[in-house]
Ligand binder design. Structure first.
Ligand SMILES: NC(=O)c1ccc[n+]([C@@H]2O[C@H](COP(=O)([O-])OP(=O)(O)OC[C@H]3O[C@@H](n4cnc5c(N)ncnc54)[C@H](O)[C@@H]3O)[C@@H](O)[C@H]2O)c1
Length: 304
């Protein structure tokens, strides 16, 4: 297997590169380093790193030479940034996506796996969310990811390209940049705790989310690349916790008592989110997922 990982220097990408290299695959990373870091990746002969932009189709085509499998993760990853600049976001997440998808078709790769998102679902009509739940995105980012799902399905029909969209829920773990204004809530809380600052909770903290450890996502990505499964698939633990439960678990791991500062509910915040991982388990088997407290412990250790 020679895998092209777009966005491979980022959070999920670098963990996926590590897992693939450990499995014996060759890996090429295409990343523009807008948020990813070279230091996230090991220096090893099985890995080639190319600095390039997915919006540049010639850079994408060059990176696809001799590739058998694609893991497309590069994206404009911020919901607020997509609301502030929908055109810029679509150039990355629709045009950039299509550059990689069409390049993969022309390069005749065996498999195209890409990052979709739980954001495609919008406000849930029923819980838990499964892949047949209505798609009703609340942001340009969510819409772009659902358009990715439609393009991937069409390419499967039209050209026979084997495509699978992974609808990641809330991924957390080492290397998620807490300095980014769009960092996941866990890395923001962990960084605030480390700095002795209060944790900012929007609303009462009763909102629920499904948090999945990045190491488990990387292993899942590997299985997804090796499998013939197509369509879309939730990537989640199936166990949601409230933000207050999350803070409690984090505080226990860090052996401290953080201050919580409640702020008005953020506009558009979804109250409850829960995912059905049934299709994921059927397709890829049990992953022996990292328990939340263990994942939090690894995150805190990585910050020391
Ligand atoms: N982290 C999550 O909880 C989560 C949830 C749902 C979906 N996703 C999706 O998973 C994928 C990976 O997310 P992440 O959390 O690792 O984010 P990340 O920001 O850490 O990684 C994205 C990587 O893509 C690179 N990149 C951005 N624009 C690029 C471009 N135009 N050309 C080439 N490289 C570019 C960045 O430098 C970075 O290395 C994204 O598609 C994201 O939308 C993530």
């Amino acid at each position: 297997m020679h895998v092209l990982i777009t966005g491979g220097a980022g959070f999920i990408g670098s963990h996926s590169a590590e897992a693939l290299l450990a499995s014996g695959a060759r890996v090429t990373v295409l990343d523009d380093f807008s948020s990813g870091k070279r230091a996230n990746l090991p220096a090893t002969p099985g890995l080639t790193v190319i600095c390039g932009d997915i919006r540049d189709s010639s850079a994408v085509d060059k990176a696809l030479a001799s590739i058998s499998h694609v893991l497309h993760l590069a994206a404009q990853v911020s919901v607020p940034a997509s609301v502030a600049d929908p055109l810029g976001s679509s150039r990355q997440n629709i045009q950039g996506f299509l550059n990689v998808l069409d390049g993969a078709r022309r390069a005749k790769v065996a498999r195209f796996v890409y990052a979709s998102s739980a954001a495609v679902y919008g406000v849930p009509v029923h819980l838990p969310l499964d892949e047949a739940s209505p798609v009703a995105p609340l942001s340009p980012y969510g819409l772009e990811k659902s358009i990715n799902d439609q393009y991937a399905a069409l390419y499967r029909e039209l050209y026979g390209l084997s495509t699978l969209g992974l609808r990641y829920f809330n991924v957390y773990g080492p290397r998620q940049d807490p300095a980014s204004p769009y960092a996941g809530v866990i890395s923001r809380f962990a960084a605030a705790m480390a700095n002795g600052e209060p944790l900012r909770v929007f609303g009462d903290g009763g909102q629920t989310r499904d948090f999945i450890f990045v190491g488990d996502v990387a292993r899942l990505n590997l299985r997804a690349l090796a499998s013939p499964a197509t369509g879309v698939c939730n990537v989640a633990t199936g166990h949601s916790v409230t933000l207050l439960e999350l803070i409690d678990a984090l505080a226990k791991c860090a052996a401290c008592t953080p201050q919580i500062r409640h702020e008005p509910t953020a506009c558009g915040d979804i109250r409850h989110s829960a995912a059905s991982p049934r299709r994921m388990l059927e397709l890829f088997g049990h992953l022996n997922m990292t328990p939340l407290t263990e994942g939090l412990r690894q995150l805190l250790a990585s910050m020391e």
